[in-house]
Design a protein around this ligand. Structure first.
Ligand SMILES: Cc1cc2nc3c(=O)[nH]c(=O)nc-3n(C[C@H](O)[C@H](O)[C@H](O)COP(=O)(O)OP(=O)(O)OC[C@H]3O[C@@H](n4cnc5c(N)ncnc54)[C@H](O)[C@@H]3O)c2cc1C
Length: 401
């Protein structure tokens, strides 16, 4: 088997940076091209799931993530205790705890490791064309991926239906903390100091700009509270178009993260999905084994499909019309049933992922938490009187009894 040649990763977001560290760990010469000259400070994800944390800890990122999370604790208006995430704003999930960490802090941890491993990161370089030789290119360039468009990947799905804002602001007036459904939409406040989120279901955004005036008007409409926004520190407009590339590979071009799949941020799944794409792809791509690289699509595409489905369901559940409110009440009660709660928790946290390894054994294709695979290699472990072969991404590929 011939190892792969050089790899170019387009995009220094969290997924591109993690993929670059994965490739470098395997000895692949890796270059990252990023159009921004400095890291974007736009507010996006503020936490990672327990499973993603376990996977990053497997690679030795635990102490750096813990330290970054602790350093950011002072920026929290309150500290959610035992938070395990939500489904459609129903904070009833009961699984691995979330780790509070802004996307920017995570990117800094990943970038530091990438540089340590010798990855070349070129900022201020926008990719506008693809000149394909024999080396691999991975588009980690986000939801509006240029790589995806240039390489002609199909990206079918549904159009946007709602307008969401998320921002860090200075607020004059009282706003109850946490997540709230109202007759006109949804709003949330915290846990980051000054963080607000609003959601209105009357069509897609008409502009990508979130001004002080639009944010304040939306917050007042949805919350019904007489609040004033006096300053905006960072803001994003978001929506719920839901799409996925039909394949993650076309020849030497691959996609990972938001470039491969987009959906609403309900349940905080997008970042986790992308980071786990990177952990699935890196070691496979490093081998240069074409059929192994193809298993990246066969394993990850169905995982993203589930996330696309469940985020669409969450949009439907949170709509403010009377019929959706009834559906929401019914679903809220169903979540009190342990079986339903466990199923939904596993779905949102990705702890139900089981890759098809061709083995009937119930543990084959599942993730093994707690291993040290910081050298990027797989291992063998004793498991219930059998021997399990663990892949470099921590999933069991074979069990011999
Ligand atoms: C409001 C909001 C809230 C969110 N909340 C959560 C949450 O709580 N939990 C969660 O898990 N996820 C959340 N997400 C989703 C999460 O932010 C994304 O899934 C994540 O950013 C995807 O990472 P990525 O690396 O694939 O893409 P991105 O973060 O978009 O990074 C892509 C990078 O590629 C660069 N780039 C783009 N085009 C080019 C080009 N042509 N040439 C060179 N570089 C290029 C960009 O500048 C960017 O740096 C949220 C998203 C939003 C918008």
């Amino acid at each position: 088997m011939k190892a792969t040649g050089d790899v170019t990763v387009v995009g220094a977001g969290p997924v591109g940076l993690l993929l670059a560290t994965e490739l470098a760990l395997q000895g692949v010469r890796t270059t990252v091209l990023e159009r921004l000259t400095t890291q974007a400070d736009t507010i996006k994800a503020q936490m990672i799931s327990g499973r993603t944390y376990q996977m990053l800890a497997m690679r030795g990122f635990g102490p750096a993530i813990d330290a970054a999370s602790e350093a950011e604790a002072a920026g929290l208006a309150w500290r959610p205790t035992g938070a395990t995430g939500h489904f459609a704003g129903l904070f009833k999930l009961d699984g691995l705890p979330l780790v509070m960490l802004t996307q920017q802090a995570l990117e800094r941890v990943l970038e530091a490791r990438a540089l340590e491993l010798g990855v070349a990161i070129h900022r201020g370089v926008e990719v506008t064309s693809l000149d394909l030789g024999t080396d691999y290119v991975v588009g980690c360039d986000g939801g509006r991926s240029t790589v995806r468009k240039l390489a002609g990947f199909d990206f079918p799905g549904t159009d946007p239906t709602l307008t969401g804002y998320q921002a860090i602001v200075d607020l004059d007036g009282d706003l109850p903390r946490g997540w709230h459904q109202t007759p006109t939409g949804v709003y949330a406040s915290g846990p980051l100091k000054g963080r607000i989120m609003t959601l209105e279901y009357d069509g897609p955004p008409t502009t990508r700009e979130a001004t002080r005036e639009t944010l304040e008007a939306s917050l007042r409409r949805v919350s019904g509270h007489d609040v004033r926004i006096t300053a905006v520190h960072t803001a994003t407009v978001w929506t719920d178009n839901t799409r996925q590339a039909t394949t993650y590979r076309q020849g030497n071009v691959l996609l990972a993260g938001d470039a491969a799949h987009i959906h609403s941020p309900f349940g905080g799944q997008g970042l986790n999905l992308g980071l786990q794409d990177a952990l699935n792809l890196g070691w496979k791509l490093a081998t240069g084994d074409s059929s192994l690289i193809d298993t990246y699509t066969t394993e990850r595409h169905p995982v993203a499909e589930h996330v696309l489905h469940n985020t669409m369901a969450q949009v439907a559940l949170t709509r403010p019309d009377p019929h959706s409110r009834e559906l929401y009440s019914l679903f809220r009660d169903l979540l009190d049933l342990p079986q339903v709660r466990d199923r939904v928790t596993a779905m949102v946290q990705g702890t139900d992922i089981r890759y098809d390894t061709g083995s009937e054994h119930p543990l084959a294709g599942t993730f093994v938490p707690g291993l040290d695979l910081s050298d990027g290699k797989g291992t063998s472990i004793a498991l219930d009187g059998a021997e399990a072969t663990v892949r470099p991404d921590g999933y069991i590929s074979r069990i011999t009894t």
